[in-house]
Write a protein that binds this ligand. Structure first.
Ligand code: 13P
Length: 345
């Protein structure tokens, strides 16, 4: 048992509180800049800071979101009035989290596959982030479906790294969000996605056991079991909900307190509808099932902001509405009607 056991259990429970999910706003500078460029926003440190300030200061966000995942640059930044973001979040009732991986890199010897790096020096970085107020962390592994892939090497390498990361987090007082993302890219069927997601989750939990990770002190952040983006045969909302829940029930031990999905390039409405269908139909699941979305919450704010102060308030309302829809979906109470009454902007 780590000195942090009780704190980790309490943090995981708070992250998975009744109607709440987690906001992912931990895009690396590269990803953030790419999204800014697509919208003509200058790719400066100040614009990234201003955008993150817009997100963390959304009024009443804490009603729908228990915490937010920050990036290394962001956790060191402050509001224009000089309040550090982690401190502001704490005083607004949100738990600060931090992305600690160093990104998915080419896996040597395995064309078109990736392995996530960042274990070197991680113990020290976790200690620093804990001091800065972070109480949970995230590490994203990427599994690509394609001709003859994923390989066993890719799945096992990523599962190993995820488990080593998770053990280090728990040693240092951060609840690990364990994120094995099976990418939506490709023309594969939902059946193929199911197979790969199942293989991946089995490998991940095998490695978590091997590395002595306490399953009651972590959160799983998986992708949903969906048809590939370019598959001509797109599964229905109910098929996605059924396949995803079956796969998770077969692979995720009941002691895991919560599952918080990524949106993974699904449309905003689909992200809400899929989560809702799972919670509406399956009432007796062993874990809480909620969201940890980035794009499916941020997108309307980013589209509307354009880097202008004058657009901040409306952008905040648009993203708050997405958080509200996803919160409702996490309780099985979302409906298409909610999409027609957006945000009172
Ligand atoms: P999306 O919801 O945009 O997939 O992002 C979630 C995330 O944190 C990816 O690592």
């Amino acid at each position: 048992m780590s000195q942090y056991t009780q704190e980790l259990q309490a943090t995981a429970k708070a992250m998975m509180a009744d109607n709440k999910g987690v906001l992912a706003m931990d895009e690396s500078n590269g990803t953030c800049n790419k999204r800014f460029q697509q919208r003509g926003i200058p790719t400066t440190e100040e614009k990234r800071r201003a955008y993150r300030e817009l997100l963390v200061t959304i009024p009443n966000l804490n009603e729908y979101v228990s915490g937010a995942i920050l990036y290394d640059e962001t956790i060191r930044q402050s509001t224009k009035d000089g309040v550090p973001f982690p401190k502001l979040m704490q005083s607004n009732g949100m738990i600060p989290g931090i992305k600690v991986d160093a990104g998915a890199k080419e896996l040597a010897g395995h064309p078109n596959e990736k392995v996530t790096e960042g274990l070197d020096g991680l113990r020290d970085r976790i200690a620093e982030y804990y001091k800065m107020g972070a109480r949970f962390a995230k590490w994203r592994a990427v599994i690509t479906i394609g001709d003859g892939i994923p390989s066993r090497a890719c799945i096992e390498s990523n599962a190993h790294a995820l488990a080593r990361y998770a053990a280090l987090c728990q040693e240092g007082g951060l609840v690990p969000i364990v994120e094995p993302e099976v990418l939506i890219d490709g023309n594969h069927t939902i059946e193929r996605c199911y197979e790969v997601t199942e293989q991946t989750l089995i490998a991940v939990f095998d490695q978590l056991h091997l590395q002595n990770v306490a399953l009651d002190q972590m959160i799983l952040k998986p992708s949903m079991v969906v048809s590939g983006k370019d598959c001509p045969q797109q599964a229905s909302v109910e098929e996605v909900a059924d396949a995803t829940i079956k796969c998770l029930l077969d692979c995720v031990p009941a002691s895991v307190p919560g599952i918080a999905f990524l949106s993974g390039g699904q449309s905003m409405e689909r992200s809400s509808a899929h989560l809702n269908a799972m919670n509406a139909k399956y009432k007796q699941l062993p874990w809480r099932v909620t969201f940890s979305y980035a794009r499916a919450i941020q997108q309307p704010a980013l589209d509307n902001w354009k880097g202008e102060d004058a657009n901040v308030e409306k952008s905040q309302k648009l993203s708050l509405h997405r958080a509200k829809c996803n919160s409702a979906a996490s309780m099985g109470q979302y409906s298409e009607e909610m999409e027609k009454q957006p945000a009172m902007v």
